[in-house]
Design a protein. Sequence first.
Length: 139
Amino acid sequence: MQTKTRGIRRVLAVAALALWAFAVAIVVLADDARLGCIAEAQRDPAYQARLLGRVEVERTEYEIAVTREGQPVAGAKVCASVVMRGMEAMGVSDTADEVTPGVYRVDIVLEMSGGWRGNILITKVGEPPVSVPLSFTVT
């Protein structure tokens, strides 16, 4: 009987530790997603950003087209920060690399289908940072 009780205690201890680690991960990852593109930024309606191609679960890389008054924005630093609607812990954030003038590739994984929202932060040398809202559905 003591062996069985000891085994149950070990399982409970491991479960408690796993639950604690999961809670810590949610807090840390949620903060990283919200704070990944830190900058004081204004919204400027002259800027537009849109995801190119299909937005699918488990896809690992996306391209973002960035324009200003309809023209490609080349040579900018671009950072994408998005969260799943209603599940703030389901957020991702990363900087993007320019692949062609005005098109930037970002490596992020959107792990669940549904509605997502966020911001694209655009920074060009000599200009104030701009934040462009982004809303999309993952299939």
